[in-house]
Design a protein around this ligand. Structure first.
Ligand SMILES: Cc1cc2nc3c(=O)[nH]c(=O)nc-3n(C[C@H](O)[C@H](O)[C@H](O)COP(=O)(O)OP(=O)(O)OC[C@H]3O[C@@H](n4cnc5c(N)ncnc54)[C@H](O)[C@@H]3O)c2cc1C
Length: 259
């Protein structure tokens, strides 16, 4: 049965009227990690979407080509003005992810206009930022880092990225390149790595010790947080315990439910 035209913005209690939707064709599917697939879409009309780094869209599926059966919000990983819209989506066997998992190149989905103004990255807002992500929560930061590189934005950026194992790191080589090119300091921490001999980076959850080591100047930074409800609330408490005010000028949230 088709879901209501009102879309629940997951991880929040708000509903928003559906935005304008346009058909997009699936042009590439990549097995990014054992549980995450990268999906690339192009607009059927050839029009480029005007969005800011950090924003999300609704991806909708229609079995009969008219009414949308199911739609969910996803953060855009591409930089603005890219030819393709890129998404990193964990295959959890839910309503939409089950459909996406069986998708083929050429399938058509409906994609809404962009949303999420409060999480968009604005160059010049701060001289220093801290991006904190868990799992697929890295998606909006990939968009931001690509934008920062393409536009030669000069800002001191540290990325703290928490994933279960080394195999779960999304866009691992691109993140390493951002670090090599001096776009951002990238700190990846593995929360469930068994074989620590093959990993030279950080292990365990993001905690006070890691913040002290990598961002001793945290009070000078605008923090962008992206992950599950629990991750964002744990991180907010941690940041507040470091003396960072919890208001939206200091901590920006993108929360998307789940675990
Ligand atoms: C602004 C925003 C941006 C988002 N961006 C992304 C993104 O870039 N990539 C992405 O993968 N997801 C993203 N999500 C989550 C996405 O919208 C869906 O919730 C998710 O893909 C599950 O949809 P579904 O229809 O398959 O599952 P549903 O049929 O809706 O069932 C989901 C059920 O699984 C639980 N669940 C949700 N996420 C997980 C998880 N990771 N592991 C286990 N259980 C889970 C939910 O609590 C719920 O009970 C975003 C959400 C928001 C609000």
């Amino acid at each position: 049965m088709a879901e209501t035209i009102e879309t629940v913005i997951q991880g929040t209690n708000c509903t928003k009227p559906s935005a304008i939707k346009r058909p997009y064709r699936l042009v590439d599917i990549i097995q990014e990690t054992p549980s995450v697939k990268t999906f690339k879409f192009v607009s059927e009309s050839g029009e480029l979407m005007d969005f800011a780094p950090g924003q999300f869209v609704q991806i909708g599926y229609s079995s009969d080509g008219s009414k949308i059966d199911v739609q969910r919000p996803y953060s855009i990983g591409s930089a603005p003005k890219a030819d393709e819209l890129e998404f990193y989506i964990e295959m959890i066997g839910g309503k939409l992810t089950s459909i996406l998992d069986k998708s083929k190149i050429g399938d058509i989905y409906n994609i809404s206009s962009p949303n999420g103004k409060n999480f968009e990255y604005k160059a010049g807002l701060s001289k220093k930022s801290l991006f904190i992500a868990a799992a697929t929560g890295i998606a909006p930061f990939i968009s931001m880092l690509r934008y920062i590189e393409q536009n030669h934005v000069s800002e001191d950026i540290v990325v703290l990225y928490s994933v279960r194992t080394k195999a779960d790191i999304i866009r691992a080589s691109e993140l390493a390149e951002f670090e090599r090119k001096g776009i951002a300091k990238i700190v990846i921490t593995l929360t469930r790595e068994q074989d620590s001999t093959s990993w030279k980076g950080e292990i365990g959850h993001i905690d006070r010790g890691k913040l002290d080591r990598y961002v001793p100047d945290i009070k000078e930074r605008v923090v962008y947080l992206c992950g599950s409800n629990k991750f964002n609330s744990d991180m907010t408490e941690l940041l507040k315990s470091c003396g960072l005010p919890g208001d939206k000028d200091h901590i920006k949230h993108d929360v998307w439910g789940g675990h």
